[in-house]
Design a protein around this ligand. Sequence first.
Ligand SMILES: NC(=O)c1ccc[n+]([C@@H]2O[C@H](COP(=O)([O-])OP(=O)(O)OC[C@H]3O[C@@H](n4cnc5c(N)ncnc54)[C@H](OP(=O)(O)O)[C@@H]3O)[C@@H](O)[C@H]2O)c1
Length: 373
Amino acid sequence: MRIGLLGFGVVGKGLYDLTQSREDMQVAKVLCLEDITLPDAQVTHDFNDILRDETIDTVVEAMGGLHPAYEFVRAAMEAGKNIVTSNKALVNAYYDDLIPLAQEKGLLFRCTAAVGGGICWLSELERARRAQEITGVWGIMNGTCNYILDNMTRNGLGYGEALKQAQALGYAEADPTADVEGFDTWNKCIISANVAFGVSLEKDGVPVSGISRIAAEDVENFKAHGYVCKLIATGKKLEKGISAYVQPTLFPQGALEAAVPMNYNLISLEGSASGRQSLYGQGAGRYPTAYNVLQDCVDELAGRGFYGPCGEKTAVCNEEKLCYYIRGNADAWLESNKAEAWGNAVVTGPVAVAEAHAWLQNHPEAFLAAIAK
Ligand SMILES: NC(=O)c1ccc[n+]([C@@H]2O[C@H](COP(=O)([O-])OP(=O)(O)OC[C@H]3O[C@@H](n4cnc5c(N)ncnc54)[C@H](OP(=O)(O)O)[C@@H]3O)[C@@H](O)[C@H]2O)c1
């Protein structure tokens, strides 16, 4: 395999290092913005050097962002090159475009590092779904949020302080919006549900609420009632259809999710034969993530492409009912659904996920967390 590598940052450099000792693949050309030199690969600032090189059979995209990553990946596919990418935003945004294109052209396209970083989640999901029906996928898919929530829980820090520490340690970016508002998890949620259930979910129907409004008083409240808060992505196959959503969720202190420390991820599936299976590990970082990119390259060498078919466009049905912890301005809806008071906050009786998120849209100051069933 001769690789054209797009991007030489955390993941790209990691892949380059991991391929050094291998005989079955070689990074032949690297596209990056900086002026660097490499002993065994040509560095270019012009994507056309890779596109037009007929000896390059595989493009590994590790640049991130939607543009020009999308244009580069699509052009590479039009030119008959196989793709490996770690870019969840790209895969989710262009799922209906890139996955069918790969299938139509008989190309290999894999993106294991896009969900779970160093955890072999999508490749295990591929194996799981070929032998049974998958009825649920869920988990902690963002290490930044887990680090913040874990730090607040263990050390009693406020949100701002915990975020600052995450930034100082390199677990959170200077602009943490994509992580803390749940958008990164949202991309991973939709990709996971698409692969698990063989569909292409209508993204607008998948609600997301993040952790940026959580306060130390909420965490104290959870502790007092025996719960731990995690940001959770969920996809479920229910009688009425597929539900999918991202929201802070409270787990009893003894639950597996409650025990996940630091910046680790824990992603699970429920299968008709296997029951629950969970994968735990590093959701990010140079070598854990590059490890999964490398695994995808090895899989492509063996002829393995995407994890399943690109399914039909499918609307999300979030009628499933959950109880919610909500701290925010009490109003008629909250009062009428109130089951219990936890200090300044309210715990509702069972309400539809769609209804709770619709309420949150109109109450942007409120903090909401579902109670895990
Ligand atoms: N980091 C992780 O642990 C991790 C985990 C899972 C998935 N991912 C995904 O992997 C992808 C890459 O992440 P990363 O952390 O490696 O990012 P990064 O460290 O910022 O690296 C991106 C690289 O791409 C280069 N680049 C950006 N735009 C370019 C362009 N137009 N032409 C040429 N080069 C360009 C950047 O150059 P400059 O530095 O000069 O701008 C940089 O070298 C993202 O999609 C991310 O979501 C990352």
